[in-house]
Ligand binder design. Structure first.
Ligand code: G1P
Length: 293
């Protein structure tokens, strides 16, 4: 009996460790495309209608079952920490005025999730940012959400939730991809691979921001990843790549060569809120389809 109990509790422990419970949000970048707006305000705090980009990102993770939110942050990003905390003065001021309901979405997040922060001291690329988040993640699989890419699926689960369901089935690193026009391919990590089904591709190649002539396909990685924790040891050994930065794309290619990485064509709309036109499109979409006034 005792042995059985030990075995079953080990299985339970393994199953829990394999579920997606943690998510990293790399938020140390400058947001130069939105200057002067982002001179002293984090780009992740730019509001799409009435909610900052980072809150959409954290809500997407919470809706995927994640409760442990880790931020790789930097100087000038304190507003993000304040956003996920109580503002006593404001709350006292608006108590009983009917305006408190405007804080209900953030309150819900704060009661359901924990928030941890670590600082990236130098900007050495997305791979370096993710490696900086190692202490927040430990030896667990984790999501990565880039708040610049706002993803909305009006018809069902969010993109990270779709990926988490796939992760429960395949237990390997998963990247979200979508087709992009040829003249935009140079802005993304681009994959090549073998189709397993309509929406799932086994990755065989991955290139960071290729020229359109060198792109292995038109399938671009967007800012949603589920990574297995072996990525950290790989990142430690990954030399700087494109633009002299440590690229997560290069580390994921190593994982693909050593084992299995899947690319997933997600359901829903993605807005590139790191660009002005994408940000405007997102604002119009949210205002017309989701905003309740
Ligand atoms: C990063 C990644 C790139 C990915 C993109 C998605 O690039 O390096 O592979 O396609 O995010 O948004 P960034 O946009 O940070 O330059």
């Amino acid at each position: 009996m005792v042995i059985l109990h030990i075995i079953s509790s080990n299985i339970d422990k393994e199953a829990t460790q394999l579920m997606l419970k943690k998510c990293l949000f790399p938020v140390a970048g400058y947001g130069t495309r939105f200057l002067p707006a982002t001179k002293s305000m984090p780009k992740e705090m730019m509001p799409v209608v009435d909610k900052p980009l980072i809150q959409y990102a954290v809500e997407e993770a919470m809706n995927a079952g994640v409760a442990d939110m880790g931020f790789v942050t930097g100087r000038t990003k304190r507003a993000i920490e304040d956003h996920f905390d109580i503002n006593y003065e404001l709350e006292k001021e608006i108590a009983g005025s009917g305006k408190e309901q405007r804080l209900s979405s953030i309150r819900e997040l704060m009661s359901a999730c924990t928030f941890n922060y670590t600082r990236q001291h130098e900007m050495k690329g997305l791979g370096h940012a993710i490696l900086t988040g190692r202490s927040l993640v430990g030896d667990n699989p984790f999501g990565v959400v880039l708040a610049d890419d706002l993803c909305i699926n009006p018809e069902g689960p969010g993109v990270l939730a779709q990926m988490a369901a796939l992760f429960n089935q395949f237990r390997c690193t998963i990247v979200a991809v979508e087709e992009v026009p040829e003249d935009e391919i140079h802005k993304y990590g681009v994959i090549a691979g073998e189709a397993i089904s309509d929406n799932i591709i086994r990755v065989t190649d991955m290139v960071e921001k290729p020229a359109k002539e060198d792109a292995p396909s038109n399938l671009a990685v967007i800012g949603r990843y589920i990574l297995t924790p072996d990525i950290f040891d790989i990142l430690e050994q990954t030399p700087p790549g494109k633009n002299g930065e440590v690229q997560i794309t290069d580390a994921i290619l190593t994982q693909a060569q050593q084992g299995c990485v899947l690319a997933y064509r997600f359901k829903g709309n993605r807005f590139d809120c790191g660009s002005v036109p994408g940000f405007i499109d997102a604002t119009n979409y949210v205002y017309q389809n989701l905003f309740k006034g």
